[in-house]
Structure formats: structure tokens, C-alpha cells
Design a protein around this ligand. Structure first.
Ligand code: PNS
Length: 160
């Protein structure tokens, strides 16, 4: 059984993320969406909320689980019996940071590979930060987010 770990902050999960998850299922038998606590990023949604949103956005996909993780990614990857970290690559601008992370993780654990997948080009511009900005300004979200996630993000800004 090949297990891929798809880690991220997912604040919130977008259609671009879900597209990468769907693509990764062509390569691995199971994908674990690993939602990082990541307090240094001061996420808009807390960890249980980000997990719930990731579950809603992937409920149509088989063989996908969503879990929290904290601490070193490579330690978590090993603890799940996985060998591959999956990351999405949108544009050249992502490359530098992703390259550094992949090499650092390899240095920390030689047995863990990072695999990069390109999301569909219709999502190549999409980031959670930009979607939050659009939402905060009352813009439409249907092209960016799963409907259930969009409802939650809109509700968040209505309350704020
Ligand atoms: O969605 P993001 O914010 O790009 O995800 C970044 C994430 C969570 C994958 C990265 O910050 C991470 O792996 N954090 C865990 C701590 C760790 O292992 N750091 C060393 C590798 S960068």
C-alpha cells in the first residue's frame, strides 16, 4: 500500500488543493491530507475548523483521510508509514521555497521523497491568501472553493 502525505496549512483548503489531491490518487493508494498546526502563520481558521473544511472539500474523493499534524513533517511521514510527501507546484514563484523545503526534508530523512504535482492550470493563480482577500471584500468564491467551504468563509467575514 503506497501512502502519500499531502501537508499544508489549508487555511482554507481550495479547489486547487483538492485538484492536487485527486491527481495524487493516480500515483498512491491512499492520501493523507496533513493539516499543520502552523501557529507562526496565525491561520484564520483554527486547526479543528481547517480539518473539518478539508474533510468537506474532499468527501467526494475515495481513499483520502484528513489528519492534524504538529512538529517535524518527516517524523509525521514516518509515523504514518508513508514514503512520499506530495506538494503542489503552481508557478516558478513557488519553486525556490518548495526546493528548499524538499531538500531540507531530504537532509532530515533520506528515506522520504517529495513529489511535486501541478494543479490544473485553471488553479495556477490560486492561493488561500488571495481567496481570503476576495472573501473579505465580498467577492464571489465559487471558482475557488468547494461550496461548503465558501459558505464557512463568507460566514466568517460576516461575523467579523
Ligand atoms: O501550506 P503551507 O503553509 O505551504 O505548508 C507548509 C508546511 C506545513 C508543509 C511546512 O511549513 C511544514 O512542513 N511544517 C512542519 C515543520 C517542518 O517539518 N519544517 C521543516 C520542513 S520546512
Amino acid at each position: 500500500m503506497r501512502i502519500g502525505i499531502y501537508p499544508g496549512t489549508f487555511d482554507p483548503i481550495t479547489l486547487g488543493h483538492a485538484n492536487v489531491i485527486a491527481r495524487s490518487l493516480r500515483m498512491v493508494d491512499r492520501v493523507i491530507v496533513a493539516v499543520a498546526l502552523n501557529p507562526q502563520k496565525s491561520p484564520l481558521f483554527d486547526l479543528p475548523q481547517r480539518i473539518e473544511l478539508a474533510k468537506l472539500a474532499t468527501k467526494h474523493l475515495p481513499h483520502v483521510e484528513v489528519e492534524p499534524f504538529d512538529g517535524l513533517l518527516v517524523t509525521y511521514v514516518r509515523s504514518r508509514g508513508a514514503h512520499a510527501i506530495i506538494r503542489g507546484m503552481r508557478a516558478v514563484s513557488d519553486f525556490e521555497h518548495e526546493f528548499q523545503m524538499a531538500l531540507l526534508n531530504r537532509k532530515l530523512d533520506e528515506g522520504v521523497e517529495t513529489v511535486f504535482l501541478m494543479a490544473s492550470e485553471e488553479y495556477s493563480y490560486l492561493t488561500s491568501s488571495m481567496v481570503k482577500e476576495v472573501a473579505s471584500l465580498g467577492g464571489p468564491l465559487q471558482d475557488f472553493l468547494h461550496p461548503d467551504v465558501a459558505i464557512r468563509l463568507k460566514a466568517h467575514y460576516r461575523q467579523a
